[in-house]
Design a protein around this ligand. Structure first.
Ligand code: ADP
Ligand code: MG
Length: 328
């Protein structure tokens, strides 16, 4: 098929829905009309055997996830995804079918997050497969939510539930024979198919309700420190408030793990962690009660000197250790 045949196929499958996109795949560069909003840019590099494994997930799932994790970064700024560029390096002998399936996932996820695939690059890799996704998004001018905007006394919230993805990966890696139980299937899906919290991030930005925000990719216990360091604050997290799913609780019971400490270590949760000034508390709590926002208050920001602390199940105030995933 060759590189050009492949690009032709990708081009025929890509849609352009944003009026801002004047030109997509096929020329030397894509063309975008200027926008009154601010533009967000983000990129993520995924390497076979480091970030994904063809023995644990299908090409379609890997393609989708590569797009979804970028959308989570756009969501963490309060933005909405708009365009995607994909650079792909696959080993020479890779069957076209496999690349096609990867693009099925990429294109599905683009639809899901409302982004247009407008270009990329393709090469043969002498080693593993590399997938690099670059995404642009938009946010109302001046409304982007940075990591650095937190203040001592701000309340700390997290969307969704934590720990599911980590549990799902652990189930996949254990390679037990036979069918998975339904709670295991749920956790595996949460690992393979992150749900970027785009609507949640966008409403917080538009209404200027969050002072600081980050998405949880490495795990709460390490990502919260990134937010605090940028905001120059400390933090206190109440472990008994960490939201977990029923399925995660079932898995913890079966494997004799402590749900709280397991969930804060997390990893690849792709939920949003955000701080809220006390004057916005009532509004946020009301959104949560009325189902407009799926989030839970888990603690508050403190002065830098108070450090990073966790209140454990027995009421002890302990130092929060960075236990998330680290590449180095
Ligand atoms: P160039 O040699 O100028 O880099 P290419 O032949 O690589 O041009 O790309 C031709 C067109 O196809 C460009 O619009 C490029 O963005 C697009 N393209 C190339 N590879 C991919 C890919 N893997 N996914 C999406 N679009 C791609
Ligand atoms: Mg090229």
């Amino acid at each position: 098929l060759g590189e050009f045949g492949l690009i032709k196929r990708i081009r025929s499958r890509s849609l352009m829905r944003h009026a801002r996109v004047l030109l997509g795949i096929g020329d030397d560069a894509a063309v975008l009309r200027p926008s009154s909003h601010h533009t967000l840019l983000t990129t993520d590099l995924l390497i076979e055997s480091v970030h994904f494994d063809f023995s644990l997930s299908s090409p379609r799932q890997i393609g989708a996830k590569a797009v979804l994790v970028n959308a989570s970064d756009i969501a963490a700024m309060g933005g909405t995804p708009q365009t995607v560029l994909v650079s792909l390096a696959v080993p020479g002998p890779t069957p076209v079918k496999q690349v096609d399936k990867l693009y099925t996932g990429i294109i599905e996820a683009c639809h899901e997050v409302g982004a247009d695939l407008v270009g990329g690059d393709t090469a043969a890799s002498p080693g593993p497969t590399f997938i690099n996704v670059t995404m642009t998004g938009v946010v109302p001018s001046g409304c982007e939510i940075r990591r650095s905007g937190g203040n001592p006394g701000d309340l700390l919230y997290v969307t969704g539930t934590l720990g599911d993805s980590r549990a799902g990966l652990s189930i996949l890696q254990s390679a037990r024979k036979g069918r998975h139980r339904s709670f295991e299937q749920y956790l595996i899906r949460r690992h393979l198919r992150p749900i970027p919290r785009i609507a949640e991030g966008a409403i917080l930005a538009k209404t200027r309700s969050a002072s600081a925000m980050i998405d949880l990719s490495d795990g709460l216990s390490s990502d919260v420190i990134h937010l605090c360091e940028e905001s120059d604050t400390g933090v206190r997290i109440d472990i008994s408030r960490i939201p977990v799913s029923e399925q995660f609780s079932a898995w913890c019971r079966r494997t004799r793990r402590k749900p709280g400490s397991e969930a804060i270590r997390g990893g690849e949760d792709y939920e949003l962690l955000f701080s809220v000034r006390p004057r916005h508390e009532a509004k946020i709590e009301k959104w949560i009660r009325t189902g407009g926002l799926s989030a839970t208050r888990i603690g508050f920001l403190t002065g830098r000197k108070s450090g990073f602390k966790i209140l454990d199940e027995r009421g002890r105030l302990l130092p929060l250790r960075e236990e998330g995933f680290s590449h180095f």
